[in-house]
Ligand binder design. Structure first.
Ligand code: NAD
Length: 357
């Protein structure tokens, strides 16, 4: 099969990690008889320098014409002083909007080989965990009506959700659970918030009518925040609103202790998605061959799984990464204290490629 992949490397370490990931995708395509075609587009600070805007129309059109988008990261101190509407990060919001992406998938897993990096108690980390947070991305309090009174000494923000908005993200979550262990936890604050009560009713109706094979339970968000630390192995897939998901996904990623390993996907109605590492453009290490490419490589594996339905190919890449890690190979960001034989970014790329050929 032929797939057109739009590459948006962005700024800082973006080009390094996206470049490494393209090599991984090329080898995987050859191995499984696919044809991946790549087109590269500018966004963020690099687009600002070249075209005077953070998200050129050419980039939007190229991404819309592609089967999926692989993004590095945008931003850096060089563009910190530009006016707000020109900030590199505006490119991310603009792309999400143009591509109609309303769901964010963020896995957080502890690879057995990296249990020592986990910030949790060793007995909890030793049990391992592999959870996926499905977050609503375009609704809720971040997009609701807001304001201040005339005196400026009182303010409000509004949380609003429609059944349609809840259903579409919940469907993604149920489908995701079906591809994994078949367990979905819906996170809300239904003891207090009316939007959460609608959320809960809607998710349950869908579960009963369309996904009876998925085990569904509910959890209040305050409890979920505790359980991610106390017993993360309980979770398979979590689905939640924009703000709760924002907070819980950062919490879950931090407990793994390895920002350079964490992938993410943003999805909408079509199979086209945007896949990117959760970390930023790491300007402090850009150009020094220190960037860990694994988060981007795992983002590409998610693209194969969720946009192209190539589960075997995704497993193949994920296994290559897990094997390299279980052999003890580390980049500087995940090395054990005192470990001398750590790899540069390009060396980590080559270790992964060796497993794939
Ligand atoms: P960051 O994630 O870029 O870096 C945080 C720390 O983690 C740094 O020490 C960095 O060196 C390290 N790090 C990050 N990714 C790494 C990797 N792959 N390998 C090894 N080490 C890695 O966050 P920041 O420093 O707060 O932000 C830097 C820039 O990135 C800012 O301009 C910010 O706005 C932008 N940013 C972009 C995105 C995005 O594009 N999605 C997300 C977050 C931050």
């Amino acid at each position: 099969m032929k797939y057109n992949i739009a590459l948006v490397p962005g700024d800082g370490i973006g080009p390094e990690i996206v470049g490494a990931t393209v090599e991984v995708l090329k080898i995987t395509a050859g191995k499984f008889g696919h044809d991946f075609a790549f087109n590269t587009y500018l966004a963020g600070g690099s687009a600002l320098d070249e075209f005077g805007v953070p998200l050129p129309q050419e980039t939007v059109d190229g991404c819309l014409a592609s089967d999926s988008v692989l993004l590095g990261a945008v931003g850096g101190p060089k563009w910190d002083a530009v006016p707000n509407h020109m900030r590199p990060e505006k490119a991310l919001l603009g792309l999400r909007k143009a591509l109609g992406l309303y769901t964010n998938l963020r896995p957080a897993a502890i690879q057995p080989a990296l249990a020592e990096a986990c910030v949790l108690r060793p007995d909890i980390a030793a049990k391992g965990f592999d959870l996926m947070i499905v977050r609503e991305l375009t609704g809720g309090i971040y997009f609701g009506d807001r304001g201040r009174n005339e005196a400026g000494d009182a303010a409000y923000d509004t949380e609003a959700y429609s059944v349609m908005e809840i259903e579409r993200v919940a469907r993604r979550a149920f489908e995701t659970a079906r591809r994994r262990k078949g367990h979905l936890t819906s996170v809300d604050k239904a003891n207090v918030l009316e939007t959460s009560r609608l959320w809960r009713e809607t998710v349950h109706r869908l579960g009963e009518t369309e996904y009876p094979d998925v085990r569904l339970d509910d959890m209040y968000v305050d409890n979920a925040a505790m359980q991610i630390i106390r017993d993360p192995s309980f979770f398979d897939v979590l689905v939640t609103s924009n703000m709760f998901g924002d907070i819980l996904s950062d919490e879950a990623s931090q407990v793994t202790g390895s920002i350079g390993l964490l992938a993410s996907a943003s999805l909408g109605d079509s199979s086209r998605g945007m896949y990117e590492p959760i970390h930023g453009s790491a300007p402090d290490i850009a150009g020094k061959d220190l960037a860990n490419p694994i988060a981007t490589v795992l983002s590409a594996a998610m693209m194969l799984r969720y946009s192209f339905d190539l589960a075997e190919e995704a497993d193949y890449i994920e296994k290559a990464v897990a094997d390299v890690l279980s052999e003890g190979w580390r980049t500087a960001d995940i090395k054990a204290p005192g470990q001398e034989d750590w790899l540069r970014g390009s060396e980590m790329r080559d270790k992964i490629l060796e497993k794939l050929v």
